[in-house]
Design a protein around this ligand. Sequence first.
Ligand SMILES: Nc1nc2c(c(=O)[nH]1)N[C@H]1C(S)=C(S)[C@@H](COP(=O)(O)O)O[C@H]1N2
Ligand SMILES: [Mo]
Length: 363
Amino acid sequence: MSDVAPEAARELNVRSQDPLCASASLSHLDDELTPTGHFFIRNHFAIPRLDPSSWALSVWGEVERPFMLRYEDLKGLPSKEVVCLLECAGNSRSTMQPPAEGVPWDHGAVGTARWRGVPVAAVLEQASLRPNATNVLFEGADFGKERTAPGVLAPTEGSYAMSLPLEKALHPDTMLAYEMNGESLPAEHGYPVRLLVPGWYGMASVKWLVNIRVLNQPFRGFHENDYYVFVAEGERDTPIGQRVTTIRVKSLITWPGRGGLIPTGTHRIRGVAWSGQGVISQVEVSTDNGRSWHQAALQEPQSPYAWQRWEYQWEVRKPGYYLIRARATDDKSNTQPLQAPWNFRGYAVNSTHTVPVTVRPGD
Ligand SMILES: Nc1nc2c(c(=O)[nH]1)N[C@H]1C(S)=C(S)[C@@H](COP(=O)(O)O)O[C@H]1N2
Ligand SMILES: [Mo]
């Protein structure tokens, strides 16, 4: 096992080398689909190198017919494609004040890809759930000692595992994905097979999947109950904190970039917007410190789980310093706050994205 940056990481900004965590530049998030080489990577441990010829997924627990699913068998099952965004729960963490604990992500720990796979429901149907099944645990092949605080390693090794309530596991779009953007998953994105949980933050989409265990009670695990939980100021996260699950409404400005220098004239301010709770109904842009907001033109969603591109024609006549802000609202009336609520680990930051630019006299 090695954690050397793979090919695809070359056009990413590496935030951590071991384990590899790397994010995209905002200017690379301008497309409907994020090319795999610009798709962020978030690993907790070293990348396991799995061989699909010996790989098998154990499906067991509260089922009538436990079985091992081989790679070729999985690929022989009816599959479907879903265009789906993944956002790391820690995305935009570096904008939180005071700074929160964790990988200091900028805004680039998000991407939208086309995934092909087999619904988890189809595989669980083969195994036949027992009536007492309530939760499903998904376990990756990667393991190690987790950092529980800066510089502090957990005393024992563990694998990366996350559970879903049965209803979410059986959702027809929750799938065992083996292709990303038309090709086999790259090693760093979970080769040969990963879970894809549309609408939830990335931590639920377990990579390098080797175990599916059906449970008759909620799972209690480190990543699920101690790590990916909201902890407010003064609160304790034990025994069990509130889990991070559904992606909050958010938009990012992909052009102009931070500190951009642009001439007076007309410019296409643009970006992407998404929500795990519905589709985006509007994006508003402000260029005057939030005094006035203007409707951006919004692209139709490619899928219920993808981001939507937006743009706003900005006519700027006066040279000077400007802050550009973008604010998205979804069809369930969730809107981005100016400042997302602070939490200890800096999760689910969806504060209104603000980009400073300088406008110089045009030619
Ligand atoms: N097995 C395993 N699965 C995992 C992780 C991991 O470290 N190990 N990281 C999770 C987190 S926190 C995120 S945000 C997504 C990132 O997926 P990506 O690296 O393909 O972008 O994978 C999730 N699945
Ligand atoms: Mo993440």
